[in-house]
Each structure stands twice: as structure tokens, then as C-alpha cells.
Design a binder for this molecule. Sequence first.
Ligand SMILES: O=P(O)(O)OC[C@@H](O)[C@@H](O)c1c[nH]c2ccccc12
Length: 256
Amino acid sequence: MLSELIAGAVADASARRAVRSQADVERAALDRAPALDALAALAPADRVKIIAEVKRASPSRGALADIPDPAALAARYETGGASAISVLTEGRRFGGSLEDLEAVRARVSLPVLRKDFIVLPYQVFEARAAGADLVLLMASALEQADLVELYALVTELGMTALVEAHDAEEVARAVDLGASVIGINARNLSTFELDPGIFPRLVDRLPSGTIRVAESAVKTAADVARYREAGADVVLVGEALVTGDPVATLTEFLAG
Ligand SMILES: O=P(O)(O)OC[C@@H](O)[C@@H](O)c1c[nH]c2ccccc12
């Protein structure tokens, strides 16, 4: 499944590149106001922080929510106390787009993450051109040499990479990279299996000073509290926020 998602993302990026050249996107990326300081926004604090995700659908769960106005949803997330907004821009299985990200960027003052299957420099430039401050880089989707190259590009453009891992080998590669923000995903994107035990098992491998993000499988405030107790600085939540009242849910999740 992961390889199918990557192939789709590459095909879609190639189609967009036929319309908007790499040079045009690079220029647009450099013309943007500087990216927001995501490291400051996500820095460890005496309370857990939340990255709230705009997520219409997923390959494992199908349609989750009708989100006619992603910017309005993101504004609710900001009101509810989110520290950053994640926007799924993958179109085929997650129902997102770069237009969603641009709309969110225009509305909120929080850092915005481009959540997609990023394997090409073109996609990184597009992210910046659309106003992203953070870019997801998945260790499972990238050979180490490509991960190193894309990480350098993200940093060079003034953005922050959220490097995602879901096993010990991927964590080791993220650490080798010197990544400042590392996410441990409870969902295996090859099998879609959810294992909330992955974060507690792997978190001790992250060097001190790393911003530790627990991703997926957060349904209740108790799930947030469990991740926090295990050492999460930040929790990334999608489904629970798009299927419930976002402000009430965030308030509850941040109370513990
Ligand atoms: O909806 P959830 O279970 O709260 O999960 C959010 C987020 O972690 C998930 O969307 C995600 C994590 N890593 C990804 C990589 C690609 C696409 C999606 C994801």
C-alpha cells in the first residue's frame, strides 16, 4: 500500500510539474514570507502540545468527514489551542490538496505542516510555495540518501522537517540525520495496523533535545495522557478531531 501511495503522489506531482515548472515553483517558494518557527511552537513545555490534522479520508478508514472549508476547521483548531496544523495534501486516498494547505495558511497564524508522501524536491518547493512551515518526511518512504537530501532542502528553505519513523531501524535513521523533530507513528502504513505501544517502546532511542511527536491512535484524552506519560512533547491527532467537535475535543485533550 505504501508503494502505491508513493507512486500516486509522484504521478500527481509530475502532472502538476507539467503545468507549473520546477523553476516556477522554486521562484514561488523563495518569494514567500519566511516560514514560521515551528521548533519554537512545538518546543517541549510543561503541558503536551497538539498538532491538529485536517483529514477528510484515509485509505484504512475511508471517508471520515465532509470538510467543505478546511480553513474554517483550522481556525477552530487554533481556537481550541492547537500548536500547529497538519494538512493532508494527498488527493487520491486522503482527499486533500495543496489548495487546502494554502487556504489554511491564509487563515491561521500557527505553523502549518504539509502531510503527504514527499519523495521529490519538487514537492518540497511546492510545500513552501503554498506556505507550509513544516514538511513530513517518512523514513519508510525514502532511502537514506534521499532522506538526507530532502531534509537538507527543507532546512535550506527555512522550514522544519517532521521525520516519521515506525520501527527501530527508521528511528535510527531519523536520529542519524540529526532531525530536531521526530514522529513515531503508531500506524504501519504498509499494513495499516495500529499499535499504540510503538511510541513507548521506541521513544527512549530519541536523543534528549529532540521534539518527540506521537502520531495516530489518539481517540480519547486518556490516549493523550498515555502518550504524554511515555514522553511525548507533541501528539498529532486527525480522526478524533474531524469526527467530533474540534474545540471541545482539543480542550479536553489539552486539559490532562
Ligand atoms: O487520524 P489519526 O489516527 O489521529 O492519525 C493522524 C496521523 O497520525 C495520520 O494521519 C498519519 C500519520 N502519518 C501519516 C503519513 C501519511 C498520511 C497520514 C499519516
